[in-house]
Design a protein around this ligand. Structure first.
Ligand code: ATP
Ligand code: MG
Length: 194
């Protein structure tokens, strides 16, 4: 290939992956002229947080089901088996130095960037591409992370949290996730008890 590969990285817990993640990935693919977007599910948490995540293997499988068929999208499992704390900088440093990297973040996640471990190195290694997220003022992102490129995207007021709640209470969420993901959640009863 001539020139450097331009790779977008969209990380998340993906519990479950939903259409706003996918639309954000495609928006960045197009607007930042990327060659590919990698979806990176986070590994299982090393400390018990407020809520236990769905096991990494199932979150990875849902991500595969959502992304597999889409041109320009790939699943990357390099964070899945990492034990102990996962730092974005460590993930970025596993890529070949000739590859141009772009972190794709929702506005809520972007606001936290200056608190990340070795964040100055993060923004040195990767471009920061931000998509709008309802509830976060894009002007606050521009002020907090001036290096970020803020993309235009229709705001989608969807979260994995709200999908888990809908599924657990038997309310509709079918069209908020790809149909294969919906089928997988229902067949395994993943969010039946919370
Ligand atoms: P949860 O409710 O469990 O936190 P989530 O929907 O926020 O789930 P994450 O896996 O936490 O999803 O997010 C992964 C990335 O996708 C983050 O950068 C987040 O900001 C972004 N993202 C998630 N939902 C949206 C959305 N509706 N619009 C824009 N960005 C989003
Ligand atoms: Mg979130």
């Amino acid at each position: 290939m001539l020139g450097n590969v331009r790779t977008g990285i969209l990380g998340g817990t993906f519990d479950p992956i939903h259409i706003a993640h996918l639309h954000a990935g495609e928006t960045a693919l197009f607007a930042a002229d990327l060659d590919r977007v990698l979806f990176l599910p986070a590994g299982d948490p090393w400390q018990k947080g407020a809520r236990e995540l769905t096991p990494a293997a199932e979150r990875l499988e849902m991500t595969r089901l959502a992304v597999e068929e889409a041109d320009g999208f790939e699943v990357d499992d390099r964070e899945i088996d990492r034990h102990g704390p996962t730092y974005t900088i460590d993930t970025l440093l596993t890529f070949p130095s000739g590859e141009e990297l772009f972190l794709i973040l929702g506005a809520d996640a972007a606001l936290g960037l200056p608190t990340w471990h070795r964040w100055e190195e993060v923004i040195e290694r990767a471009g920061i591409v931000v998509v709008p997220r309802p509830g976060t003022d894009p002007a606050a992102v521009a002020a907090t992370v001036p290096q970020a490129t803020i993309l235009e995207m229709s705001a989608l007021d969807i979260s994995s949290t709200s999908i888990r709640e809908l599924a657990a209470s038997g309310r509709p969420y079918r069209f908020l996730v790809p149909s294969e993901v919906h089928r997988f959640i229902e067949s395994k009863g993943i969010y039946t008890q919370m």
